[in-house]
Design a protein around this ligand. Sequence first.
Ligand SMILES: Nc1ncnc2c1ncn2[C@@H]1O[C@H](COP(=O)(O)OP(=O)(O)OP(=O)(O)O)[C@@H](O)[C@H]1O
Length: 690
Amino acid sequence: MATEHALAQPVAREYRLQRARSQFFEEGVLPEDGVPEQIVDSWVRCRDLGLDRASSEARDHADRLRLAEARDRSARLVEHASGVMEHVFEQIRASGSLVILSDARGTIVHSLGDAEFVDKASRVALQPGACWSEAARGTNAIGTTIAASAPTVVLGGEHFLDHNAFLSCTAAPILDPRGTLAGVLDVSCDQRAHQRHSLGLVRLSVQLIERRLFETEFANEILVAFHERPEYVGSLQEGLIAVTADGMVVGANSIAREWIHRRLETGTGGTFAELFRQGLGKIADRVRSSSDALVRLNLRDGSDLYVQLRSMRAHVRSAMDAPAAADGGRPAVLAEAGGNRAPADKGRIVLETLATGDAGIARAVDRARRILGKDIPLLIQGESGVGKELFATAFHNSGPRASGAFVALNCAAVPESLIESELFGYVGGAFTGARKEGSIGKIQQAHGGTLFLDEIGDMPLGMQARLLRVLQERCVTPVGSLKSIPVDISLVCATHRVLRDAVARGEFREDLYYRVNSLTVALPPLRERSDIRCIVDRLLRLEAAEAGRGELSIGDDVMRFIERYAWPGNVRQLHNVIRVAVALLDPDEDEILPSHLPEDLFLADPVDDAKPSPQGPGPGMPPAVAATAGGLAALEPGARRLDQLEVELIERVMREVGGNLSAAARTLGVSRNRLYRKLGRAGARQAAGG
Ligand SMILES: Nc1ncnc2c1ncn2[C@@H]1O[C@H](COP(=O)(O)OP(=O)(O)OP(=O)(O)O)[C@@H](O)[C@H]1O
């Protein structure tokens, strides 16, 4: 549709175009030939918008603030499109062209081009920060692609505004994995330099960008590629769907969407089994024997379809290994698929699982997600116990290496003399005490997967030099060997130190610092997190499951103390506290009470005790308790103090058991002695009027 007019003889075409322009602009008649229908439709829209063809005054200029906002909104698009744009630019370099990416509103967010043409284009604001919607600049490839939702070529005088007539532009819409417009890819040049193959190039490049967006969006699902002809599986013509572990189709590329539309009257959606009339299990069985197996499915209408599993994360794989449900081959439902995965089940955790509402963590997850599948080392910084290793595991599980190994080495925990052999491995008899058969080092073990170096700041200097060589040469030489072995690893490091300071002190090599520090994410300490409640819930679920118990809970008042405690040992400390509390519960108890938790939690100064209590300490209270209870009152006026609640609870239980101390102690999950002491303290406080 859009190409035919480009084939016409230039002179005749130009003549017909000028005639069409004068018919439309001067006589007010819709031209019947000389310009494609899509262009005439656009001219009509622009005229209805009140645009003046002769205006050289653009309605809108390049704007830095708008550019920053648009880039922010379309960060993922820019990230995935820039590599493809470079490739396109390589193809058309020196042809005086610009490769342009706009967002869905037509704001240019990125461009690459030949310097000479960049300069010319900037005179009509064909540059980042400018909006090229039809409303802003009349008929043009970007704006008209958006308005018509279709690839568009706008040649020279087909542009609505006279002063854009020197341009020739070719663009195609980029759809996100849900089929919504994400942006536009455009190639623009001087109209005399227009290349007929531009449209094909732009379309192909858009398919590549859409593929990248799709794979990132559904990185945690099962990707299934298919085509009616086996040789098309693996090409850009293949259909691609994203399927959850329980067989729901949650995403489809445009080819698959069309195919699904033809098969299911309801449009997209449905289950894998509904679409293919066969369970995912059949493909999974084949994949287990050969990871790139092409499986032939006989569909009910008698046709054949060739299907391949493209990516399957470890957690999905294990869910599919579970016995199939009795519904015709659908894999068992993965209980955690909705995001409630057990946090410490490190084999299954992914980045999204960690984002439980805290802004600092969300930032870290977002940054890390952007480098998934790229060859960029990640450095995780944070205090001990904040979850650096868990984050590294989640990063590994979320990326394309998820089915490879995740190998961790704590550089601070291994004696200096052993780090070398641990990391690099050794050949038999390399040193006294070495095993006869030698040993494969962690770096080699991580081949095809991820190497996680915890406390990298504690690595001895000599070892740092060797590690640097491995990272540069991508080869490892085991101790005692002369042979170097190629390795393909993704590197994630963690440290609680400020590595830059260690560099300044000469304790950490500067060159290694730059190698491991390509992208740094900082994990906040637990006391600064706003999602403590969520973490407690997860840990409680985890420990309850571990202890074989049903649902457990923690009262709001107790939770407030947990939220206000400083947690010097971070999530690790919290985890231990919850583990102990669950162990202390009686079999018939299902709520964590203050008596199950360490007293420190209630006696310590709250994190933000800098705030003075408006009510001052309560009478008769020791200073620490007064500070805590005062702080709580400051948080929530009218809230009762925990010790008062405790007394009320004890009194209620005592009444219920008819004053029997042993029965009350059993009900409350404390020893008789402890209950005695508590009653004594409460009595003393009452006597003191507290
Ligand atoms: N978001 C979270 N949800 C639930 N548990 C978590 C979370 N983050 C960390 N944990 C738990 O906290 C403990 C400590 O985590 P991890 O070992 O990853 O911390 P770390 O920062 O690597 O510690 P260190 O610096 O001492 O090596 C583990 O038991 C882990 O399962």
